[in-house]
Design a protein around this ligand. Structure first.
Ligand code: UDP
Length: 246
């Protein structure tokens, strides 16, 4: 685990973080919980960029299984992330955090278009930047968007918020004896069977460009700030660590 705290983070929030107890869509209360966590870390002086997913509304792969052209379905998924970005913006502003939404697909009535230097400037001015529509191209997911934007915005780490408290050697929902990794090398993250971190494109991009990834549970109180401060929670993935269990 790194001992120094991060100065600028890329936070990947899956669409499911906004779903609350529902089966579909957005629960404003869940959005507020996410916003409170972001507020705490932002108030401690950390620059925050957020890439938001769309899985609570629409995923391209699922749409294409139902007969929609894959690329079209992926664009629909990207549009879903724009809705989530607006919901998260609303929640962050309700808790007093200034934000800007930038979208990789142009949608001038609701979001700025993604402009790298402007996104950096927003963070320098103390705004949380919410990045919608992932990379703006189909056949990838918002994990790849988060990796790409983390690199170009010079973030220190990509923090992937999930529903489980780190990366396990097998699915902890299905296997009682699943063990959590404390640290994981990118090599193992990509090659070990049963290990699911994020899609391979995102992992390869992060590994090739030395962007560490931290996977942790967002809904555990104060977890984001603990993770940013280098406390031992979740799983830290890097080229510079050996794989160890917690
Ligand atoms: N998507 C895409 N390109 C991107 C980002 C997202 O095509 O750069 C589409 C893809 O169909 C994806 C959907 O948007 O399934 C929603 O994003 P994702 O599945 O990553 O959401 P999450 O699982 O994080 O909620």
């Amino acid at each position: 685990m790194p001992e120094t705290r991060f100065k600028r983070i890329m936070l990947k929030v899956g669409g499911e973080s906004l779903i609350g107890d529902r089966e579909y869509g957005i629960d404003p209360q869940a959005a507020l919980t996410v916003a409170q966590q972001i507020k705490a870390v932002h108030e401690s002086g950390v620059d925050v960029a957020v890439v938001i997913g769309g899985g609570n509304i629409f995923r391209g792969v699922a749409g294409s299984k139902n007969g929609i052209d894959r690329a079209t379905a992926d664009y629909m998924g990207m549009l879903a992330t724009v809705m989530n970005a607006l919901a998260l913006q609303d929640a962050l502003e309700k808790v007093g955090v200034e934000t800007r939404v930038q979208s990789a697909l142009e949608m001038p009535a609701v979001a700025e278009r993604f402009i790298r230097r402007k996104a950096i400037r927003h963070m320098e001015k103390g705004r949380v930047v919410i990045l919608a529509a992932g990379t703006g191209v189909p056949y990838v997911t918002t994990d790849t968007g988060a990796s790409l934007h983390a690199l170009e915005l010079h973030c220190d780490v990509l923090m992937k918020a999930t529903k489980v408290d780190g990366i396990y050697d097998k699915d902890p929902m299905k296997h009682q004896d699943a063990k959590r990794f404390k640290t994981l090398s990118f090599k193992d993250a990509i090659s070990l069977p049963g290990v699911e971190v994020m899609d391979t494109a995102a992992l390869a991009m992060s590994s090739d460009n030395h962007m560490p990834v931290m996977v942790f549970e967002l809904f555990e109180k104060d977890n984001l700030i603990k993770a940013v401060n280098g406390e031992d929670i979740g799983t830290y993935v890097s080229n510079d660590v050996e794989t160890t269990f917690a």
